[in-house]
Design a protein around this ligand. Sequence first.
Ligand SMILES: C[S@@+](CC[C@H](N)C(=O)[O-])C[C@H]1O[C@@H](n2cnc3c(N)ncnc32)[C@H](O)[C@@H]1O
Length: 403
Amino acid sequence: MQCPHFDVGECRSCPLMGVPYARQLADKQAAVLAALADAVDADTVVAEPFASAEAGFRNKAKLVVTGSAAAPRLGILDPRQHPRHHDGAGVDLRDCGLYEAGMEGVFDACAAAVTAAGLEPYDVAARTGELKNVIVTLSPDREAMVRFVLRSADRLDALRAAVPGLLDDLAARGTPAAVVSANLLPEHVALPEGDEEIVLAGGPTLRMELNGIGLRLRPQGFFQTNTAVTEGLYATAAAWVAEGGVPASAWDLYCGVGGFAFHLARAGVRDVWGMESSAEAVAAARETAAELGLADRARFSDGDATSALSFEKRRAPEALSSKKRRPRPDAVVVNPPRRGIGAELADALEDSGVPTVLYSSCNPATLAQDLARMPSYRVARVQVFDMFPQTRHAEVLTLLTRR
Ligand SMILES: C[S@@+](CC[C@H](N)C(=O)[O-])C[C@H]1O[C@@H](n2cnc3c(N)ncnc32)[C@H](O)[C@@H]1O
């Protein structure tokens, strides 16, 4: 892949731009295996990396808005400027080659709506203006979720008035909106979004169909950014878990909107429980369960997954109602953020007696640390899923079985 923004140094998001894709994959595989050197053994089955399309693979964009209401730029702050002396100049990345086909049109429709609503971009240095970011997700069915991140509710009515035009524009481009929302981020912080979400049209969910399973996504729920590779990841996870016989029960910790959970349920796992810290993601997962007729087999709770297994240990048994007690599952999937599962959950898994663990990680370094705390498990299988081409990041799936 070749990128004009990279060539002139105005975007450095893809450090491997220009490196042949086969070499990117081979280097990632080598780096992951080096990080896991103490965990894999001679009998570990190491699969070839699951490759991505080199370009046009991202289903989600978080675009900083700069310029003016009349001529907005959707992209990033110019990396050639020092953050503290930033004059609000930005680089327009609507034509970024990482995004799926159809997303550039959605960005153009958003830019037109910004102009129609007269939303002045937020100026980081001057702390003036209203519109901070535009966040877009495109589903495999080419439906869009469009979110405008505002500093305050002051210009909400103006944005609301521009929504009908935006809906028409998106429909005419063949990417109709499933959800349009405003997100409020009043603090002067380098975050993509705030806590408050106001749905302005449609919704509240976007349907993301993966491997024939229609997952529901709400504006604030997490979703993997590379749809095709995620399909491979979920399908492989379900196949690995079922290898020695389909387990009767499984937990999906850090479940997001339930991608692993629903693939396990479809593979025949009778009782699936997902846990996730985002209440919005849990609500979306429950909606999917109801839609798929799985509400009695796939349940979801919001809470801290790190204590899911040690919950009972930390409380006097008599303080725990039988309703709150969950029998140990036959298999556990963990798919944490970059920091990994950490000591508490790793130790609890080590002590748990759970026969099979699937650990899907976006950070081989923390994966290695966590595995070192679980010596009772051996890595039976490992595979790199190239969720993030053009970067050194890698998603790694490991199947852990008890020694
Ligand atoms: C890498 S994402 C994986 C989501 C999901 N498994 C998927 O495939 O889309 C990690 C998820 O963990 C959630 N999370 C972060 N910290 C958590 C915690 N302490 N307990 C439960 N969930 C947490 C995030 O909200 C996010 O949805």
